[in-house]
Design a protein around this ligand. Structure first.
Ligand code: BDP
Length: 677
């Protein structure tokens, strides 16, 4: 199966000396306690060492001090100060006369120890020395969750890599092997939670919280639990009516509250370490508290009350907007919706509620400003929601490595509590010392052999996990790791692939919608160019292009006022036509095609140039990849080559549709006299 092992591909170590060193250091694995996760850690390490060195270590619970070993254990909070609940240390303990050298992987919890084991595996895969280890790690974010948008009929909303690995024709799959292998991949990057059904909860999925699914769910929870991953479910806010036989789902109704409390009790009886609920309410036709004249705090607190006695969490999504808005009413700018709905509720959410906020105010476009909601809540737990699945970024036919985009989001300074109030500090909870925080992301996997359709899209999943663990890692470092783990340690391969990945987001942006305006895609499936695809429908997704100019005026004076949702520093920059960064100009301003950008080019010339250049660059990605023939597994090579070929052809379609549209609208010639169809 091409690419199935992804970054847990344990290629045998070619360098004989190194292989011998690893084999010697890891000839025995000792676990000091008998817990499920320590067993997982030992088994994973044993398999990895076996595959990489040819000698599978023995796993035991008694240490023979004369034999070099890896010891995996738990130390408990007090001894590993400052490492939270999930941290670990990784140390080489030098031997003495009587004692052999030992590598100690000590977790604050057994989950921490598992992460430590995966860390050691990663070091060996990367060919790093392990005889002088002094590692201390703990995650920056408490919650590191993956959201599956899988439906029980086996389809995946916005899935581009085959069918669901969880469900098939209305029920759970019978064989959980693939789910287990997914759990391994996730845990190895530090993911600690997963919601396993689509946020749009349909009929059958609504029943997931009933007795009918208890047994199966508890098995699924065990599979993930063995890798330290907690199970969450997306719920239907109208469940009390849909499956409970009640007349209402009003969050303040005593019967409704009792109903949810009972559901929670049942769930926790079946799954003692159940994580909680993920909720999309009052958005895109999903039911919610608005029906009863209640607000989102009432809705979230209802579920929070039911889950609190069991330690469960409510993750409440802020992707709430009116999807039937009229462009003539500029006061209802969709970009403003999340902030307008949620900032007035700051401080009203129960302690076990976390708001899940998309990175941008619209919807996972190739370029958006960071959502101002991150700067608008100081008494509320928050997580940042990213989209790994490439809905608007090439649907895993195009390569679009999103780690650099996510880094920009995490590094964005909201100025909410003065300079340095970055999104990563807000999401992690550090800025306001919140009890919960973290990162969430929509998965990009399906039952494709390589998981992600495009093998290079695996790097997005890997990168997400690594960033959720440590948002300070650089895009370059994550990229290098992923390449070495997944494709080996050939320096030429590393150069070529990292340059492909690191340039890919910019290239994708250059031949698609320009200057932050977004949305020039075909309706519904969102693949391919269609400049007016969303211009005359009611989704709130406009570019306002006419024969004179383009862009959405979101300024404070003449526009929708969206720019005013930011704190002074970013607000002044976005509000100013001169200072607004080029890449977001059309998100904030409506300008004539002849407006001169900071780059010195006019808007229209920028559109032409980026689209011509983007096509050349896409062809360049393919050409670069082709230099790797013979260096990479052939089937893998061909699969990527075929996707890059499709991308390079499709980029031309983008170029032609966009350039022609704006040429005809504006009537302005390309300065370089290139042919525009
Ligand atoms: C949009 C998707 C839609 C999702 C929605 C969401 O097009 O399929 O249901 O986001 O996040 O990006 O709820």
């Amino acid at each position: 199966k091409i690419g199935y092992d992804a970054w847990l591909r344990y290629a045998s170590i070619e360098n004989g000396e190194l292989r011998e060193e690893y084999r010697a250091c890891c000839s025995v694995i000792v676990i000091t306690e008998q817990t499920k996760l320590l067993h997982t850690a030992a088994r994973e390490l044993a398999e990895a060492v076996g595959a990489m060195t040819g000698h599978k270590p023995e796993v035991t619970s008694v240490r023979d001090r004369q034999v070099p070993s890896v010891m995996i254990g738990i130390k408990g909070k007090g001894d590993t100060d400052g490492l939270g609940d999930e941290g670990y240390t990784l140390q080489t303990l030098e031997g003495g006369q009587e004692e052999a050298e030992c590598i100690a992987i000590i977790g604050v919890s057994d989950r921490g120890a598992l992460y430590g084991a995966f860390h050691l595996i990663r070091l060996m895969q990367m060919g790093e020395p392990i005889n002088k280890l002094q590692v201390k790690e703990s995650p920056a974010n408490g919650l590191r969750i993956i959201n599956q948008w899988d439906n029980m009929d086996g389809s995946i909303e916005r899935g581009y890599a085959g069918k669901s690995i969880f469900y098939d024709s209305g029920g759970f799959v019978k064989d959980f092997t693939r789910i287990r292998d997914y759990a391994r991949l996730l845990a190895s990057t530090g993911i600690n939670a997963i919601s396993i059904n689509n946020v749009n909860v349909h009929r059958e999925e609504t029943k997931l919280i009933t007795a009918e699914y208890e047994r199966t769910l508890s098995k699924v929870a065990d599979v993930f639990g063995a890798y330290g991953i907690k199970l969450f479910l997306s719920i239907n806010f109208a469940s009390p009516i849909a499956i409970g036989g009640l007349q209402t789902a009003d969050p303040l109704d005593p019967e409704v509250r009792k109903w949810w409390a009972e559901r929670a009790e049942d769930l926790y009886r079946a799954i003692p370490d159940f994580g909680g609920f993920l909720v999309k309410a009052d958005s895109e036709f999903r039911p919610g508290p608005f029906t009863y004249g209640r607000d989102h705090a009432d809705g979230a607190n209802l579920l929070a009350e039911a889950l609190a006695p069991h330690g469960g969490l409510v993750i409440w999504r802020c992707f709430v907007y009116n999807c039937l808005q009229d462009w003539r009413d500029r006061s209802t700018d969709r970009a403003k919706a999340a902030y307008d709905h949620f900032t007035p509720l700051d401080g009203r959410f129960a302690d076990n509620v976390i708001l899940q906020i998309k990175n941008g105010p619209m919807d996972f476009q190739v370029r958006e400003p960071v959502s101002p909601l991150f700067g608008g809540l100081s008494h509320t737990n928050q997580v940042l929601e990213l989209q790994i699945t490439q809905e608007y970024t090439g649907q895993q036919k195009h390569v679009c490595y999103l780690v650099p985009q996510w880094k920009e989001v995490l590094d964005f300074d909201t100025f909410a509590a003065g300079k340095g109030s970055t999104v990563d500090k807000i999401a992690s909870g550090a800025l306001y010392n919140r009890p919960y925080g973290g990162l969430a992301a929509v998965s990009n996997i399906g039952d494709d052999a390589c998981w992600t359709g495009h093998p290079l899209a695996q790097a997005n999943l890997y990168g997400y996990g690594r960033l959720a663990w440590n948002s300070a890692l650089s895009a370059e470092q994550i990229t290098t790791e992923w390449i070495r783990l997944s494709l080996g340690r050939d320096p030429v391969t590393e150069d070529v692939v990292s340059s492909i990945l690191l340039r890919s987001w910019g290239i994708y942006e250059s031949y698609t919608s320009p200057l932050g305006v977004g949305w020039m895609v075909n309706p519904n499936h969102h693949y391919g160019p269609n400049v007016d695809g969303y211009e005359y429908s009611k989704w709130g997704t406009y570019h306002f292009a006419d024969h004179q100019g383009i862009g959405v005026d979101r300024t404070i004076g003449t526009g929708t006022g969206y720019a005013g949702q930011y704190h002074t520093q970013p607000s002044e920059i976005y509000n100013s036509l001169e200072r607004c960064p080029d890449e977001l100009l059309l998100f904030f301003h409506h300008v004539p095609y002849t407006h001169v950008l900071q780059s010195g080019k006019t808007v229209i010339q920028h559109i032409y140039d980026t689209h011509f250049d983007g096509v050349d660059a896409a062809a360049g990605l393919l050409a670069a990849w082709q230099t790797l023939r013979g260096k990479i597994d052939n089937a893998y090579f061909e699969l990527v080559a075929s996707r890059l070929t499709e991308q390079s052809e499709h980029a031309k379609e983008w170029r032609d549709v966009i350039n022609t549209y704006f040429y005809r609208k504006s009537g302005i010639d390309d300065r370089q006299g290139r042919l525009i169809y």
